[in-house]
Design a protein around this ligand. Structure first.
Ligand code: F6P
Length: 400
């Protein structure tokens, strides 16, 4: 049986000791959160803070550094994370290489023991869905955790936006702008593939912001004939180039997503990428127009965070410390409208927030004549069946 934290309640007037870690894929803004956590904890609450290296791996291996104000000075504008991160460190299914084979061990008891030995009162876990799923389970073992949602995918349930997304959006939009000029010069069809996993937020918003002609997202399986019709229609209008933005998780109707590689040691082993090559070959075959591919890949995860992400990360980090000081653990800091709030972490764990088909972004794309790779009638059908599924799911939740 997994080991539970042996709770020794400290008198509340004693200053608290918090741990902090960054888990999952990195994104711009992680350091802004770390800086806000450390400064708020020290300035407002006289707490002490340690930072675990490489996500939950550092907590299992007892690999940490002490974080004072000096340690976080000058990091606001830095991309990445000064603590390092890992998306292969699930404490309940931790991979260990033995004789060239990975075996998987539940190492949550070691993590709990280190938490107790270090005299921690709480932990701030900054991460995406994988980190939050592990955090929700660790809360059940008695570890006091406040979650902070990050990811360029913007797919975390319960928050209107994750930090990191805006920076990735700005980078992707800049790429679309640059591809635009060369597409025009050479009269080519240019496909730009962006990350985002199973959610199309990054593709849809960078496509809109960059003035794309066709936007293909995982939520709307596309029809290649529709895509080619749009390109041909543009050509008939004298626009002899086309820009397509496609999310890495997009797939044709009746087809599959393209899996680039499998990383068995990662909780979600699938790494997507390459659908644009398949699409380019089909477009060239059907239109005889030269079609080129640019896959942005990890580029959108790098670089300095935008002002928006610095602000959001700073607000999230400060709020996480306030929740910890107020003994409100097991909660996830979220953005709701213009406000930073919190929700139970368990409500968000294991759920993915994809683009709803009634999203205003989709309606706007249609109003602007941007092709979403399907006919208007087909999109209506898809939206109606998605709405029905949601009604059924809601009904199931209510009856359970
Ligand atoms: O979740 C962030 C993300 O960048 C996804 O958009 C992408 O599918 C995945 O991580 C890539 O993961 P890795 O860095 O392990 O290749």
């Amino acid at each position: 049986m997994a080991r539970q934290v042996n709770k020794v309640d400290k008198p509340r007037e004693e200053s608290l000791k918090l741990g902090v870690l960054t888990g999952g894929g990195d994104c711009p803004g992680l350091n802004a959160v770390l800086r806000a956590v450390v400064k708020t904890a020290i300035n407002d609450f006289d707490m002490s803070i340690i930072g675990f290296r490489d996500g939950y791996e550092g907590m299992i291996l007892n690999n940490y550094i002490s974080l004072d104000k000096r340690a976080v000075s000058g990091i606001l504008t830095l991309g990445g994370t000064i603590l390092g991160t890992s998306n292969q460190a699930d404490p309940f299914n931790f991979p260990i290489l033995q004789k060239e084979e990975y075996i998987y061990l539940d190492r949550s008891s070691e993590l709990v023991a280190n938490y107790e030995r270090l005299g921690l009162d709480g932990l701030i876990a900054i991460g995406g869905d994988g980190t939050m799923a592990a955090s929700a389970r660790l809360c059940e073992l008695g570890i006091n955790i406040v979650g902070v949602p990050k990811t360029i995918d913007n797919d975390l349930f319960g928050t209107d936006q994750t930090f990191g997304f805006d920076s990735a959006l700005v980078t992707a939009t800049e790429a679309v702008d640059k591809i635009h000029t060369t597409a025009q010069s050479h009269h080519r069809v240019m496909i730009i593939e962006v990350m985002g996993r199973y959610a199309g937020w990054l593709a849809l918003t960078s496509g809109l912001a960059g003035g794309g002609d066709i936007i293909l997202i995982p939520e709307i399986p596309y029809d290649v004939a529709e895509v080619c019709d749009k390109i041909k229609e543009r050509n008939r209008q004298g626009k002899n180039f086309s820009i397509i933005i496609i999310g890495e998780g997009a797939k044709p109707e009746g087809g599959d997503m393209v899996v680039k590689r499998r990383i068995e040691t990662s909780p979600d082993a699938i790494r997507l990428g390459g659908i644009s090559h398949q699409l380019a070959a089909q477009i060239e075959g059907l239109t005889r127009l030269e079609t080129r591919v640019t896959i942005l890949g990890h580029l959108v995860r790098g670089g300095s965070p935008t002002a928006y992400d610095r602000l959001l990360g700073t607000r999230f980090g400060s709020e996480a410390v306030r929740l910890a000081a107020d003994n409100q653990f097991g909660r996830l800091v979220v953005l709701k409208g213009a406000d930073v709030k919190s929700i139970p972490m368990a409500d968000a764990a294991g759920k993915v927030r994809t683009v709803p088909l009634n999203s205003p972004y989709i309606a706007i794309a249609q109003s602007l004549g941007i092709s979403l790779g399907v006919s208007a009638e087909r999109l209506e059908e898809l939206a109606a069946s998605a709405a029905k599924e949601n009604v059924n799911r809601d009904a199931e939740e209510i009856s359970s």
